[in-house]
Design a protein around this ligand. Sequence first.
Ligand code: AMP
Length: 217
Amino acid sequence: MYLILLGAPGVGKGTQAKMLMKKNDIPQISTGDILRSEVADQTELGLRAKEIMARGELVSDDIILGMVENRLSMPDCKKGFILDGFPRTIPQAEGLDVLLEKMNILNLKVIEIYVPQEELVRRLTSRRICANCGKDYNISVKPLPPGGKCERCGGDIIQREDDKEATIKNRLQVYQELTAPLVSYYQGKGNLHRVDGKKSVDSVFDNIEKILLARGQ
Ligand code: AMP
């Protein structure tokens, strides 16, 4: 299964990608997660990306494409992968097409998860994350565990710098300008499907599974 999960920040791509990864035993490739780990490790790339991410802007297409090419060449991607947060621009989508052709992958599917903008702002401002293992929390759904420590690893639960309100507005605007055009890009190729992201996590997951099954995956 070769899948892109498309959608604005906060639609639930990461949550669904993790569920699909568990069920199908293929990796979730989140360019945001890769960048955050580069930032945490203070690599050269991380140092360059940190400011850009904090402003809610996009890291350059060349850097991202290099990172993705490297990740897709790893053995765990042989059986398939779920792309989460990539591609985010038309040049990235074109670069991905070239990579997929080189890898002989013809059956890419794209699922857009759609949630209205006002709901996204609410979701993103109440999102929290474990600074250590990356587990997601949302205080509008459930209060944080006692002491604000992660229930999985005991790490500190924090708010991502780019989930603060000022940055969120910019991220949503960047999405509309640079990423939303990918909907027509993939529509034109005939492999775009849409699911309603306002439904419960489980029902979004069921709808994604139905799309994947209906198409022989
Ligand atoms: P995410 O976790 O997907 O919301 O990504 C967090 C931040 O990382 C984004 O706001 C961008 O600054 C950067 N980023 C992640 N993926 C990409 C990408 N495909 N292209 C450019 N920048 C990205």
